[in-house]
Design a protein around this ligand. Structure first.
Ligand code: EPZ
Length: 433
């Protein structure tokens, strides 16, 4: 039964994290480059007919997968260090990525915008990714069509073709990170000016725009309510770009510090990107001292209830909702989280309840009746951030927690157990055989 469940969840059935809990985290952690920026910047190199270097890449499986995909398309990728690649895109010879590849992760949808921009045609399998409920891509398709492409979905593939791409005005019906980045990718080399109204404003949107501008694009307003893209004839590359620090990884460690009753310094982060998380930690009784590129987070007294609604940036991020859920599950009083982005992002609450939490999830709302402490149990990472939340729960809980389905966690967190171990956590990756 256990084996069946784990196989169904698609993980390596032999690997688990074993955490002996009740350790207050202490010390310093250095944040890696942002996953969600990296998985957009790597495909964005397809728009360059030349060579560029990207550094501060997180060493995670999604980044490696994207590098393999670009290599299949004809790019030459050289790993200069563990965190830096040089990409030569002068010999791209394919615009076709099959479903077997694209269903491994969500960010494969960026291949559509990038290949459409470069080759005016792309055949890309429908994207996969974490199971967070319905994940439509109608806004992406609407954008490509507005720029002049014909888009068809057939046999598991999205096929987009355009004689030429022409700048236009695009109003996003909802705030979408992926559709905003895809609109920028497809419009950078289009003829004329494109205006994106109601775009997403996440730090990785700004990072992708900065990357493209460094390579010769003309994008203005990323991070504001309107993005204006003046199409250019080509992107030349010949530059090095450093990926922005990961806002979500930083927030994960901040919340782990509070859940574990610890005192840590989070280094190499942009504290401006963390304002909504800092505000909630302080509101529930935690302490934060932010100083530009690092911050100290520490626990002094029992935290208390809060009401949270996840929102696009600068609101409280959905990608930190499960980690915050752990903190609220051991805070005084009954907290409420309303998840406004994804319809199925409370799957982790079943796992936390196995550890003694008292959480009732109804649709997009969950009620967290605070308990005194969590207790160890075998649990399963149902998606990437759920996995991070379970690690935090394991560090805070009494006893030995086992976490399965580590492939989800490895997709998005670099050296996660080493980083937590450096902060004093008793955490080991164990092969059951
Ligand atoms: C990105 O997903 C992130 N993934 C997600 O991070 C993150 O949760 C999400 O943005 C929200 O911040 C990557 O960057 C690779 P959206 P994305 O388009 O782009 C609806 C993680 O854990 N929508 O902003 O797929 C959609 O259903 C992952 O790191 C449409 O209806 O998210 C959702 O309700 C998980 N039609 C909302 O918009 C569309 O065409 C926001 O989705 C597109 C989206």
């Amino acid at each position: 039964m256990l084996i069946d469940f784990k196989q169904n969840m698609g993980g390596n059935i032999l690997e688990k994290l074993v955490i002996t809990g009740k350790t207050p985290l202490k010390g310093e952690v250095v944040i890696s480059g942002a996953k969600n920026a990296a998985v957009a910047i790597i495909p964005a190199t397809l728009l360059i007919n030349g060579i560029c270097t990207i550094d501060n890449l997180p060493n995670i499986s999604d980044v490696k997968l994207y590098c393999d995909i670009l290599t299949e398309l004809g790019a030459k990728i050289t790993w200069n260090t563990e965190h830096e690649i040089t990409v030569d895109t002068r010999n791209i010879n394919s615009n076709n990525i099959p479903l077997e590849t694209t269903r491994k992760f969500r960010a494969s949808y960026y291949l559509l915008g990038a290949l459409l921009g470069r080759c005016h045609s792309a055949k890309v399998g429908i994207p996969g990714g974490c199971n967070l409920g319905a994940r439509p891509i109608d806004q992406h398709i609407k954008t490509f069509e507005a720029l002049g492409a014909n888009v068809e979905v057939s046999n598991g593939n999205i096929i987009a073709k355009a004689k030429k791409l022409k700048g236009t005005s695009i109003y996003m019906d909802l705030v979408s990170v992926g559709a905003t980045i895809n609109a920028m990718l497809a419009a950078v080399l289009a003829e004329g000016t494109t205006i994106i109204d109601n775009p997403a404003k996440e730090p990785h949107i700004v990072d992708v725009a900065n990357f493209l501008n460094t390579m010769g694009a003309d994008i203005r307003g990323a991070g504001t309510d309107i993005i204006k893209i003046n199409g250019v004839k080509e992107l030349k590359g010949n530059a090095t770009y450093s990926v922005v620090p990961d806002q979500i990884e930083a927030g994960t460690f901040m919340l782990a510090a509070i859940a574990s009753k610890g005192d840590i310094t989070v280094k190499n982060c942009i504290t401006k990107h963390l304002e909504s998380i800092i505000a909630k930690i302080v509101e529930i009784g935690g302490n934060v001292d932010a100083n530009g590129d690092h911050l100290r987070v520490w626990y002094t007294k029992k935290t208390h209830k809060a009401t949270i609604k996840t929102l696009p940036y600068p609101g409280f991020p959905t990608d930190l909702q499960p980690q915050m859920g752990v903190v609220l599950s051991i805070s005084e009083g009954t907290s409420i989280i309303n998840e406004s982005i994804w319809e199925s992002r409370f799957q982790y609450t079943n796992e936390l309840n196995k550890m003694g939490a008292k959480i009732t999830a109804q649709g997009k709302t969950a009620f967290f009746e605070g308990v005194n402490e969590l207790t160890a149990a075998p649990v399963y990472a149902t998606d990437l951030r759920a996995g991070a939340a379970l690690i935090i729960a394991g560090i805070a809980a009494k006893g030995k927690t086992e976490i399965y389905n580590l492939n989800h966690i490895d997709r998005g967190y670099e050296n996660i157990e080493q980083k937590f171990r450096k902060l004093g956590a008793k955490i080991e990756r164990v092969n059951e055989e």
